[in-house]
Design a binder for this molecule. Structure first.
Ligand code: NAD
Length: 291
């Protein structure tokens, strides 16, 4: 039976550490860290994510500067909101919840967020810092995967690692972080000719494709470590909704050494990394006051 990579438990542990650190820093800095989560419209999945993020902020003592806008907000108005949060000295992190309604163009908006407050790590400056191996704000989901592997003392250096999925949000930064840790990384995507041939070679397999049961028992090397990033919402015959990953958990779990569950694996780590990024950004900003 595989060991579970319990992201829920680790995220809770990180939150307690962050809460204690924030408490002591706040006394010296005179203000708490601040995070502005911007949401537009009524996407039900986004509403759940935003609520989780704001609740997590409250739990650790990060002040929320979030705003929820009606669907008809214009590109110019949203740009103006981002500019005002960039200027606000009590705000350390800004996150634009995606997807946006179709009349809004996300890319130019993401570029407007100051790279120093880009706690999602998606700004080209932060992506560039990652490529160059420089310190900076790192994309939350892959950073969460790296921390989960570290927690379970899973060595990545020198390992053969396969990342399934090549998005800018997960797959690409994931591959770069693994490369930085000196893994031998292969990255696969929808056009990959023989996915199983590659994944069967992986000592560590990270899956972020958005396709339920993409990875089955015939895709894994016995004894591998499998990290399932996928979040897929399914409705069964009786109308019950449930969340599954990209890995056929029942089929794969008996074969591997470690596997992350969905839910309770990478998802909670993403939120924990958002809080950690906000604290990192805050420390850069108030650092001078603490010396
Ligand atoms: P995306 O749609 O932007 O990218 C998917 C990637 O997977 C693409 O590169 C595509 O080429 C590749 N892909 C799709 N089908 C494939 C196949 N059959 N074989 C090989 N590669 C294939 O998605 P994303 O934003 O990267 O998200 C991926 C999944 O991770 C989704 O289920 C998403 O909900 C989930 N996700 C989870 C978290 C979290 O916190 N756990 C965070 C972000 C995304």
């Amino acid at each position: 039976m595989a060991n579970l990579l319990d992201g829920k438990a680790l995220a809770q542990k990180i939150r307690i550490q962050l809460q204690q650190e924030i408490q002591s820093l706040q006394a010296q800095a005179g203000r708490p860290p601040g995070l502005g989560v911007l949401m537009v419209g009524e996407n039900p999945a986004s509403s759940v994510y935003v609520r989780n993020k704001e609740r997590a902020c409250e739990q650790v003592g990060i002040a929320s500067f979030g705003k929820h806008f009606p669907t008809n907000i214009t590109q110019a108005e949203l740009t103006e909101v981002i500019h005002s949060l960039n200027q606000n000295s009590e705000v350390d992190g800004i996150l634009l919840q995606l997807p946006l309604p179709p009349h809004l163009n996300a890319i130019p908006l993401l570029y407007e967020i100051s790279p120093d407050k880009d706690v999602d790590g998606l700004h080209p400056v932060n992506m560039g810092r990652l490529v160059r191996g420089e310190a900076g704000l790192r994309s939350c989901t892959p950073a969460g995967v790296m921390q989960l592997l570290r927690e379970y003392e899973i060595e990545v250096t020198g390992k053969d690692v396969v990342v399934v999925g090549a998005s800018i949000l997960v797959g690409k930064p994931m591959a770069l972080m693994l490369l930085e840790a000196e893994s031998t990384v292969s990255i696969t995507h929808i056009k990959t000719k023989d996915l199983a041939k590659l994944t069967c070679e992986a000592e560590i397999l990270v899956v972020a494709a958005g396709y339920p049961k993409l990875i089955t028992a015939s895709h894994v090397k016995p004894g591998a470590v499998v990290v399932d990033v996928g979040i897929n919402r399914l409705t069964d015959y009786e109308g019950r909704k449930r969340i599954v990953g990209d890995v056929d958990f029942e089929g794969v779990e008996p074969l591997v050494d470690y596997i992350s569950p969905v839910p309770g694996g990478v998802g909670p780590m993403t939120v924990a990394m958002l809080l950690q990024n906000t604290l990192w950004s805050y420390k850069q900003r108030v650092g001078k006051n603490l010396e």
